[in-house]
Design a protein around this ligand. Structure first.
Ligand SMILES: NC(=O)c1ccc[n+]([C@@H]2O[C@H](COP(=O)([O-])OP(=O)(O)OC[C@H]3O[C@@H](n4cnc5c(N)ncnc54)[C@H](O)[C@@H]3O)[C@@H](O)[C@H]2O)c1
Length: 296
């Protein structure tokens, strides 16, 4: 599905990025494998080459100035062009609001939000210079869509990524560049830190099959996420843009975009007292918050 195409994947040394790098190479793409961990990136390149594929590694910390440009330059210098970016690099520093240090906030927002911005910008510049379109695939999270206890910084970054994605979809439409976000769920080193998922990560590592019910809730190995990225990077996805798509286990879904509901009008505007009276008369259906964590 991707033969002749060149893909850049950030954070591809492990987890979802690694599984996607292997899947994209098997689909015929030449792959730039970025990770902050250079040895992990090189190991993925070796695995791709051992299967007869083409890949090159870039050890760089996404979110730090110059790293995005270095990754795009590697694609152009090694393979002559760039057709898709999968911005997947990520870290967690979970803590409740009152215990969150500035450094932790900056690392999480810097890696996910600033990193996606810089990589998206470098890729968009290359797509526009080349002509012929391209595909930007960003990585969001259920936490950014719904909020999650202990993940304020992460949720802010991931919600921000979806906001950027929608804006970039408008800005890049004329250039034929599709801009979408995936909302993945997978058992990886990252999710091993979530108490409700830790036993399932351990079971997967022991080679045990996952219960069907769990897979239907979107929980599976990172390999289950890769096909959506391959699809979005392919010509089959042309015309799909501005969307947040969920993927994981046996589940593929479309996330709704936020929209106003229960719209009420007050001629000449509202007062605090008239808001209270309106809600007293007819309560609003307050929206739920929080990622459902009922995996058992
Ligand atoms: N696993 C899930 O269920 C899940 C759910 C929602 C979103 N995500 C997102 O998917 C992406 C991948 O997550 P994962 O579960 O595969 O995690 P992971 O920890 O298994 O892999 C993340 C990779 O990113 C690399 N990395 C970290 N900081 C980096 C940086 N600054 N520059 C380059 N590489 C860096 C790590 O070295 C690692 O190889 C992340 O953006 C994560 O937020 C994952």
């Amino acid at each position: 599905m991707l033969s002749g195409k060149v893909a850049l994947i950030t954070g591809a040394g492990l987890g979802i990025g690694r599984a996607t790098a292997l899947a994209m190479a098997r689909s015929g793409a030449s792959v730039v494998v970025n990770d902050i961990d250079g040895a992990a990136a090189q190991a993925v390149v070796t695995a791709i080459r051992d299967e007869g594929g083409q890949a090159t590694a870039v050890a760089a910390a996404i979110g730090q100035d110059g790293s995005a440009e270095a990754c795009v330059a590697a694609a152009v210098d090694t393979f002559g062009r760039l057709d898709s970016l999968f911005a997947c690099a990520g870290v967690l520093r979970d803590s409740v609001l009152w215990k969150t240090e500035d450094d932790a906030f900056d690392l999480v927002v810097g890696t996910h939000l600033r990193g996606s911005f810089q990589c998206g910008r470098a890729a968009a510049r290359q797509f526009r210079a080349q002509g012929g379109g391209g595909s930007l695939i960003l990585t969001a999270s259920p936490a950014g869509q719904q909020g999650n206890f202990g993940q304020g910084a992460y949720a802010a970054a991931k919600a921000g990524i979806v906001g950027m994605m929608r804006s970039w979809a408008l800005e890049l439409a004329r250039d034929g560049v599709g801009v979408n976000a995936i909302v993945p769920t997978a058992l990886t080193r990252m999710t091993a830190t979530i108490p409700a998922l830790a036993p399932h990560v351990a079971a997967l590592e022991r080679g045990e099959p996952l219960p069907r019910a769990l897979r239907e809730k979107g929980i599976g190995p990172p390999q289950d996420v890769a096909p959506l990225v391959v699809f979005l990077a392919s010509d089959a996805a042309r015309g799909i843009t501005g969307q947040a798509l969920g993927i994981g286990g046996d589940r593929l879904s479309l996330w709704t975009h936020p929209a106003e509901q229960d719209i009420r009008l007050a001629p000449d505007g509202w007062t605090a007292a008239s808001i209270a009276a309106s809600l007293d008369q007819r309560p609003m259906a307050w929206q739920p918050v929080g990622v459902p964590l009922d995996f058992d």
